[in-house]
Design a protein around this ligand. Sequence first.
Ligand code: FAD
Length: 387
Amino acid sequence: EETKVAIIGAGVAGLTLATFLQKSGVPCVVLERRNRTYVEVRQRAGVVEARGVEMFERWGLADKLLAGPVAQTIDYRVNGVGRIFDIGDEGDAQSRFCTQQMLVNNLLRELIDAMAGDVRFEVADVVITNEADRRPSVAYSDAGGHHEIVCGFIVGCDADRGVSRASIPYGILTRYVHEFGYAWMAALVEAPVTGDPIMAVSDHGFVGQLPRGPQRSRYYLQCALTDTAEDWPEKRIWDEIRLRLNDDTIQNAVVHNIDFVPLRSVVYAPMQYGNLFLTGDAAHMVPPASAKGMNMALYDVDVLAQALLDAVRNQDRRTLDSYTDTCLPRIWNYQDFAVWMTDTMHDAGNPAQQGTFRQMTARSRLNNLFASPAAARLHGEYQRGTN
Ligand code: FAD
């Protein structure tokens, strides 16, 4: 069996890339280890930044894939006192509240149901062959047996624990990593955000409340790296939310699930080896404080889809060969933004974190977003993803 592009992973990166290629008439196959339902119900990010909206518009897919209101404001709170930050609106496209789950579901419908794209779920034992003297290929097993797909290019969209990056020989990649030393407890709850999305620092630690569809929101609570579900019974979750938001009127609601996310930033470079290319979480990760992980994955896909089209249609590999060099400056810029957001939100909070000196400088930094038009403009550019 042959195809042009074999894509490992049907997350937001793999499905977006496959949709762009399929729409452009480039044959591709997506291999996913989970079943379709699992992929459909996975809930993570909540906003497609303005740059991502512009990308979907450019590929003629925004109307089909994106839904939800414009995401224009953030309520930054210090000890219960909030100020509304407007992210601005240079350019035509505006950021949209569109959950990752909704985007992935729309991509599945568009790719599989409308365009007859080839996504194979519940595959196992994916093995990549990517050697200079052989045509690239991907072998895998499923309920029907063992298969091999010979292809022109392989794209690793299988996130941090996938097989793609692991297939690259030792010594090729450099791993750049920063550990923040604390974690977030992420609780998906049956309670909508009634005003603006909230990012709140308090003397008791960080709490954020971000919309996840019309009925639900995700609360993030700073916690220790060693915390587990046993440390966070429902009563403590709601007590801490009320304490950190300094708001006794908040009512308990159904908690659907909780997750623990150690805050960590990682970049692997280069993002390619031979005919294998890495995108999204397979190549880099940011802490969720920046809300950029999904958006950075979409950026990689935008660059790579165009480069693959050049290579397949015009036999011109130049944009493909410079894929890493094109992507990395933006990735480092947004890694820096993620460090800024994470440090500011946590240092400004509980002084046990970094001490009172850092608490006061971080609060001053936050204040600048409202006192300095230059600081506000730069922050708006980062939030929209347009710089
Ligand atoms: P994924 O979406 O993880 O997709 C990878 C796919 O590969 C999966 O379907 C997986 O099953 C499959 N796979 C893995 N291994 C194999 C294998 N061996 N064979 C075949 N398939 C395989 N980002 C934001 O922009 N904003 C946010 O607010 C935000 N909040 C987040 C909250 C949480 C709790 C988490 C966990 C993440 C959040 N992110 C956010 C980050 C965002 O979800 C990720 O950056 C994004 O999912 C990366 O997309 P991806 O396609 O690279 O990886």
